[in-house]
Ligand binder design. Structure first.
Ligand code: NAD
Length: 486
């Protein structure tokens, strides 16, 4: 049964409001393409109103600014409690609007709650330094919230991405305007309602749904926004970096795409490596920023590996994401499905060999069979561009040196992995590979305690980890006169 849709308006100043233009847009379920609801379509006028609300909430005498950091943590922990209370509903909503299989939505929800609690625990641990200065002075540093932050989200992990960005900004004491992805607006609105229920004062969190070119663009150009934290594609990330410098000089954090290499050495434990490599690229239908979309397999085990990889791709259970046993659901929308099918055609045309999958399933919904390509060369489009679909590209290599050079031959640098039983091989690889996250004999393992972000064009800045609040704070140096003699 379809989940009830409780919220479809914009959330500004803790109130539900229509877009000033009165416009709405349709949001669909990727399972069959049917319309779920019409959602208020915010644009520049609504962003202006939301930024004003966030600015008022950031005033030095506001309830939010006068609140103790430990009280902010209480509200964030309450938010986590409410997510747990509503977890069944939120999982159904996420799966329905996004196509994410419920087993994954459940895992994401559990990790979201853990992440919020970890971030909440950092709120009252912010400290500066005391610094002796040569001469007759001493200094100390204050770490203070940056101000009003624009948070722009992608569609591939709506609940964890909303929760992570919002709670980090709030723990640091900022106020925010969130622009969720136009494909998946519903869970952000449900979470905004929970934040209000948790006791967040008006204007601290505002949610304006709408399109990137209108609402998103207005947020990134707004002169009263101090920072943009963005997760999405490299293409849009570059636009955001440019926009941030047009009307003021916004601080920018970018979490962008990847073309992550996974290396399997001859000495690897194949019982672990083969299923792990399949999961690393097929999970969430390949719509994962760290997806292992370039799989380098050493020549000694290549043929055996390929044979098993095909079996794993064929064995994946594809179907309605609401079924708890489903492993692969639909792509998020028709446009993404066609984009992925286009990459598969290009792969074939450029000479890669498709061993299994790669076709659309049925005529309703946006389902694609998991595909395995071999004979993939480094300069082929499928080995260079982020596909964001269930497409495993297998490349053959002979030596570690060669694998490293080829793994690093990309503008991306989000994640990488290696399967080996040789510690020296692992140490050399982890040292030299250009990626923000490197996994050894595993893939995807993570937690709130570990920093996450990209090298090169995969991003700027880090999220999560013990220093995550720093991205939402300014350092102020205060210097006092301290005469040498009494
Ligand atoms: P996208 O870049 O198309 O859109 C992301 C957001 O930006 C959306 O809310 C969109 O409306 C907005 N936007 C678009 N144009 C804009 C503009 N001109 N100004 C301001 N905002 C604008 O990305 P997507 O297709 O939603 O998400 C998929 C991408 O996100 C992939 O590249 C994936 O790798 C990446 N991603 C990265 C991470 C990470 O942490 N590194 C996590 C998840 C997804």
């Amino acid at each position: 049964m379809a989940p009830q849709i409780k919220y479809t308006k914009l959330f500004i100043d803790n109130k539900w409001v229509d877009a000033k233009s009165g416009k709405t847009f349709e949001t669909r379920t990727p399972h069959d393409g049917s319309v779920i609801a019409k959602v208020a379509e915010g644009d520049k006028a609504d962003i202006d109103e939301a930024v004003s609300a966030a600015r008022r909430a950031f005033h030095r005498n506001s309830e939010w600014r006068l609140m103790d950091a430990s009280r902010r943590a209480v509200i964030l922990n309450k938010f986590a409690d409410l997510i747990e209370r509503d977890s069944k509903y939120l999982v159904e909503l996420e799966s329905y609007n996004n196509g994410m299989v419920v087993s994954m939505a459940n895992r994401f929800l559990a990790s979201t709650v853990a992440n919020i609690r970890y971030i909440a625990s950092l709120a009252d641990k912010v400290q500066g330094d005391t610094i002796p200065v040569d001469g007759e002075a001493f200094s100390y540093t204050l770490k203070q919230p940056i101000g009003v932050c624009g948070l722009i989200l992608p569609w591939n992990g709506p609940i964890p991405l909303f929760s992570n960005k919002v709670t980090t900004a709030l723990a640091a004491g900022c106020t925010v305007v969130v622009k969720p992805a136009e494909q998946t607006p519903l869970s952000a609105l449900a979470l905004a309602a929970l934040l209000a229920e948790a006791g967040l004062p008006p204007g601290v969190v505002n949610v304006v749904n709408g399109y990137g070119e209108t609402a998103g663009n207005a947020l990134t150009h707004h002169p009263n926004v101090n920072k943009i934290s963005f997760t999405g594609s490299v293409e849009v990330g570059k636009l955001i970096q440019q926009a941030a410098g047009v009307n003021n000089l916004k601080r920018v954090t970018l979490e962008l795409g990847g073309k992550s290499p996974l290396i399997v050495m001859n000495d690897a434990d194949l019982n672990t490596a083969i299923p792990c490599a399949a999961n690393a690229v097929f999970t969430h239908q390949g719509q994962v920023c760290v997806a292992a979309s370039r799989l380098f397999v050493q020549s000694g085990i290549y043929d055996k590996f390929v044979e098993e990889a095909v079996k794993h791709a064929r064995a994946r259970k594809i179907g309605n994401p609401a079924d708890p046993t489903t492993q692969n659901g639909p792509q998020v929308d028709e446009e993404m499905m066609n984009k992925v099918l286009g990459y598969i055609e290009k792969g074939k045309k450029e000479g890669a060999r498709l061993l299994t999958g790669g076709k659309r399933i049925g005529n309703t919904g946006y389902y694609i069979e998991p595909a395995v390509f071999v004979d993939v060369k480094d300069d082929m489009t499928i080995a260079r561009e982020e596909i964001f679909g269930p497409v495993q590209s297998i490349l053959k290599f002979d030596t570690l040196e060669e694998a490293l050079d080829r793994a690093n031959d990309t503008n991306y640098g989000l994640a990488a992995g290696i399967f080996t039983t040789n510690i020296n091989t692992a140490l050399q690889f982890t040292k030299h590979v250009e990626a923000g996250t490197v996994w050894v004999n595993t893939y995807f393992a993570t937690g709130p305690q570990v920093p996450f972000g990209g090298f090169k064009e995969s991003g700027i800045g880090r999220e999560r980890g013990i220093n995550c609040l720093e991205e939402f704070m300014e350092v102020k140096t205060v210097t006092y006169s301290l005469p040498k003699k009494i």
